[in-house]
Design a protein around this ligand. Structure first.
Ligand SMILES: [Zn+2]
Ligand SMILES: [Zn+2]
Length: 252
């Protein structure tokens, strides 16, 4: 069965709090695993060594809350390889353009059992029968890649950190998606500039105008009540869930 299971591991930003972590989504499909972002605290929800096997890690951009746990993951790969329980390197995909500033912090070939690949705009990788496409959303403070995962049965979009700068283009990109995992850093009451982060209302309008089947809101302010994001978004679009650590979404 072509079942894809999405487990939110981190749903808040910019720091972890209580039982919530910074951004991370584990996607399981057949025997493959895709970890989108590796934010602060997410490794405590991974199941080692199982989740290291056939693991593809995608870092969408170089904000620390999106890659802070990469070192823990690398050490875990090293230890389980030495224990004979991990025989294939984990694959780590990193944005190419800004790697210079971040290379020392992220790329390690010592005490690590990983190999590294570039992310560039519009690049597509194939995994099983999935096509995984990266697209610079051009609406964040630095280069930030959306991830589109699709096959003949479904289409899923992870927006990464994004504002409303190219909203019409974004609507086209997300057209008829089965699921949009969309950041909603703000509520309208915060009166924030939305050129680099969205409100819950923005995310809901994106889902509505692109005719998405479902919207998963994420990337919340740690001190805010999550239900307020749902309440705001529901004014514009109906099929919405609030991302919670461990609450799986299954796409068939
Ligand atoms: Zn972020
Ligand atoms: Zn960011």
């Amino acid at each position: 069965m072509n079942k894809l299971v999405i487990t939110p591991l981190g749903t808040i930003s910019p720091y972890p709090k209580d039982n919530m972590n910074c951004p991370g989504y584990l996607i399981e499909y057949h025997d493959q695993k895709i970890l989108i972002d590796c934010g602060s605290g997410i490794t405590r929800l991974l199941n080692f060594p199982h989740d290291l096997k056939n693991l593809n890690v995608i870092i969408t951009h170089y904000h620390k809350d999106h890659f802070a746990d990469i070192g823990s993951l690398q050490y875990a790969s090293f230890v389980y390889h030495n224990l004979g329980e991990l025989n294939n390197k984990i694959k780590i995909y990193l944005p190419k353009k800004d790697i210079g500033f971040n290379k020392k912090a992220i790329i390690s070939n010592k005490e690590c059992y990983a190999e590294y690949y570039d992310i560039e705009d519009k690049k597509i990788i194939k995994l099983d029968d999935l096509s995984i496409q990266f697209k610079d959303n051009k609406s964040h403070t630095i280069e930030s890649f959306m991830v589109k995962i699709e096959n003949k049965d479904f289409k899923i979009i992870y927006t990464s950190d994004i504002g409303t700068t190219n909203f019409n283009e974004l609507i086209d990109y997300c057209a008829n998606a089965d699921l949009i995992i969309c950041e909603s850093s703000f509520l309208e009451k915060h009166n924030a500039h939305t050129n680099t982060h969205m409100t819950a209302k923005d995310a809901a309008l994106l889902a509505k105008e692109s005719y998405a089947k479902k919207l998963l809101l994420t990337h919340f302010w740690p001190e805010e009540d999550k239900t307020l994001y749902l309440k705001e978004a529901k004014l514009y679009y109906d099929n919405i869930e609030i991302a919670q650590e461990g609450n799986k979404i299954i796409i068939i």
